[in-house]
Design a protein around this ligand. Structure first.
Ligand code: SF4
Length: 261
């Protein structure tokens, strides 16, 4: 028998737990569609457990995304994580991580940051995109946390999103890392990769998050961001993804990919 991706997987690995039965559910607001990938003769059935295990192995030697790297260095409070996430918006990790470290080494609590002048705060984060606006946002968050919440942010997504500059991506990621909440954070990498897989079909990060909340097993809700940020930076890149050496090529439907390496 000729060796195909399908029978190669069947003989060398445990059978996937998920069948290829396709389910499509239109969302009430029509912003996203949840879909399991279409069966394809040249692809094995899509098994999220297997795919994420392969991605986990592939990113083992890559640097952690900025917020996970900060948590590993002890900056794991909700306030610190929220500060770091705001700094990371529209900014490369290589830039936002040193800026976050510089700021948190000077002021890691709401009280300390609230006592800084916004201009001094701005000077510490100057390499970051929109540093001026972010300096004022961070200062306002610190002041309100000190005055309204006794210096400790509550682990509450709705409260976090009342702060200017904080959307679902930052609120969810900070809550997942600092408070152990099961929450999915979808940045541009998570959005791009899960849509290329064919695991979701959505035209914005917000719609992708809603779609993932419907079908991604909860045990992966926090880990997904940690895995797919480095995977999206180094393997499933924005232009010319490295499909020929990708560990999930057999499963991935390569939706919209026209010029792979
Ligand atoms: S096969 Fe290509 S499109 Fe699919 S995850 Fe890998 S790099 Fe991305």
């Amino acid at each position: 028998m000729a060796t195909t991706p399908r029978n190669r997987r069947a003989t060398s690995r445990q059978a996937p737990s998920r069948t290829s039965t396709r389910t499509v559910r239109a969302r009430p607001d029509n912003t996203g569609v949840v879909t399991e990938p279409e069966p394809r003769a040249d692809k094995v059935p899509f098994d999220i457990d297997d795919v994420l295990a392969r991605v986990r192995e592939a990113v083992r030697d890559f640097a952690d995304a900025a917020m996970f790297a900060l948590a590993a260095r002890g900056h794991d409070s909700l306030f610190e994580q929220l500060v770091a996430c705001i700094l990371s918006i529209r900014t490369l990790d290589e830039v936002s991580l040193p800026a976050a470290l510089a700021l948190l080494q000077r002021a890691s609590t709401p009280e300390a940051l609230a006592s800084m002048r916004p201009d001094d705060l701005d000077a510490l984060i100057r390499p970051v995109t929109f540093h001026d606006a972010k300096a004022h946002q961070l200062h306002a968050i610190a002041v309100r946390t000190r005055n309204e919440f006794g210096g400790k942010l509550p682990c509450d997504a709705q409260v976090l999103q009342t702060f200017k500059g904080v959307g679902p991506k930052c609120a969810h990621l900070a809550l997942g890392i600092a408070c152990g909440h099961e929450a999915i954070s979808v940045d541009i990498h998570v959005h791009r990769v899960t849509n290329r897989w064919g695991y979701v079909k959505a035209n914005s990060p917000e719609a992708t998050m809603a779609a993932l909340e419907t079908q991604l097993p909860r045990r992966y809700w926090v880990e997904l961001n940690r895995l797919l940020v480095p995977f999206g930076k180094h393997v499933c890149t924005g232009s010319r993804p490295r499909c020929s050496t990708c560990p999930v090529l057999e499963s991935c439907r390569q939706v919209g990919v026209t010029n792979p390496r």
